[in-house]
Design a protein around this ligand. Structure first.
Ligand code: PMP
Length: 416
């Protein structure tokens, strides 16, 4: 008998499990819209040209593979903080940012969670309802207590701003407030600049600590700077804050696991101490981070020519998705005779992801139970071979023009 008898079967991951089911499906019409990964019009994975160029440079230079320091590649840490905050930001000039390379967005969030667990015992993290599914796992495993603040309002299919503010006010003083820097996942709804100001007001009043998750810089608006505006607004107020970054989406470096945790502190001294403790937490967890992705980012962001090429490529990717959204909207409007408003599919921001949940809620204006919602996504998958997360989220980054008509048929059939 196995010594592991007491270990029960874990459920499949709600997001990555979708890809496993997709692989097992032999129907040629199948479409995977579960994971938020960018595909080409041919539905192939895409490696950015700037990434290939950076990799060629790295090969030519014959760079070695020795260990990085615990905090990661210095050139990466420098450019990543500059990309986030702007190179001439006072917090950078005054060396008040502790930046540590992390294992992409997830690993950076996890490292920050470990810091909170160790140095803010009992402090709560407030996360939006809904949020990216892995946030709850991360804080659970780090043993950091969390609760939700209101964010999405199905009645208006928009931000529940009053509810959000009320919940931030009601939270225990000194809580960590997890905020999506841009392109909120899964709703796609971001606060307006005026709303960000009010959110910052309340956070300051309550002595909370903002904790940004920036996984889509450059993809929400097409502008790297505009998408960092929320973070910069908080930093400009002199607040201390945490920011996790990811290069999975905007540089397509998913599997390289490259990102960072930045802690903006009110003094150089605090930043140095925070950085030393982040390193201390990282060392027994994974020792030091991988070098390849860090070198790619350092080469692309650190070189003016490659940097411009990256921006053009990002624009191209965002543009392709925008075209797909328009086509899907047109197809849905033509096929659906019930007068539903499909305009959410072609929202005018450049973003790739996540707004369908909103739309699917909007489609279901009539009261529907959770199981009904599940029935609809099951119909999408079982009958139409369209793979998506059970909450009704599809990633439009994985769709192409050629499949828009087919997807529209599936949606109209499933969500009537
Ligand atoms: N945060 C959010 C909101 C995300 O959507 C994602 C990617 N789906 C991540 C963090 C982290 O992804 P990664 O670990 O690949 O950087």
């Amino acid at each position: 008998v196995s010594r592991f008898e007491g270990i029960t079967m874990a459920p499949p991951d709600p997001i990555l499990g979708v890809s496993e089911a997709f692989k097992a499906d032999n129907d040629e019409k199948k479409l995977n819209l579960g994971v938020g990964a960018y595909r080409t019009e041919e539905l192939q994975p895409y490696v950015l040209n700037v990434v290939k160029k950076a990799e060629n440079l790295m090969l030519e230079r014959g760079e070695y593979k020795e260990y990085l320091p615990i905090e990661g590649l210095a050139a990466f840490n420098k450019v990543t903080a500059e990309l986030l905050l702007g190179a001439d930001n006072t917090v950078i000039k005054q060396q008040r940012v502790a930046t540590v390379q992390g294992l992409s967005g997830t690993g950076s969030l996890r490292l920050a969670a470990a810091l909170i667990e160790r140095y803010f015992p009992g402090a709560k993290v407030l996360i939006s309802s809904p949020t990216w599914g892995n946030h709850k796992n991360i804080f659970n495993d780090a043993r950091v207590p969390w609760s939700e603040y209101r964010y999405y309002d199905p009645k208006t299919v928009g931000l529940d701003f009053e509810g959000m503010i009320a919940d931030l006010k009601a939270a225990p003083e000194g809580s960590f407030i997890l905020l999506h820097g841009c392109a909120h996942n899964p709703t796609g709804i971001d606060p307006t600049p005026e709303q960000w100001e009010k959110i910052a007001d309340v956070i300051q009043e309550k002595n909370h600590i903002p904790f940004f998750d920036v996984a889509y810089q450059g993809f929400a608006s097409g502008s790297l700077d505009a998408d960092a505006a929320s973070v910069r607004l908080f930093a400009a107020r002199g607040m201390e804050l945490l920011v996790a970054q990811s290069y999975s989406k905007n540089l397509g470096l998913y599997a390289e696991r490259i990102g960072a945790i930045n802690v903006i502190c009110s003094s150089v001294d605090a930043a140095a101490r925070v950085k030393s403790q982040l390193k201390r937490l990282a060392r027994p967890m994974y020792s030091n981070p991988p070098v390849h992705g860090a070198r790619i980012v350092a080469n692309v962001v650190g070189d003016p020519t490659l940097f411009d090429e990256w921006k053009a490529e990002m624009d191209m990717m965002a543009g392709r998705i925008k075209g797909v959204r328009q086509k899907l909207f047109d197809s849905l409007s033509a096929k659906d005779k019930s007068g539903k408003d499909w305009s959410l599919y072609k929202a005018d921001w450049h973003v790739l992801l996540h707004r369908i949940e909103q739309s699917s809620v909007k489609i279901q204006r009539k009261p529907t139970s959770r199981s009904n919602k599940k029935k609809e996504s099951e119909n999408m998958t079982n009958k139409w071979h369209v793979y998506m997360t059970k909450d009704g989220r599809i990633s439009l980054a994985g769709l192409n023009l050629a499949k828009c008509e087919y997807l529209a048929d599936a949606i109209v059939d499933s969500y009537h």
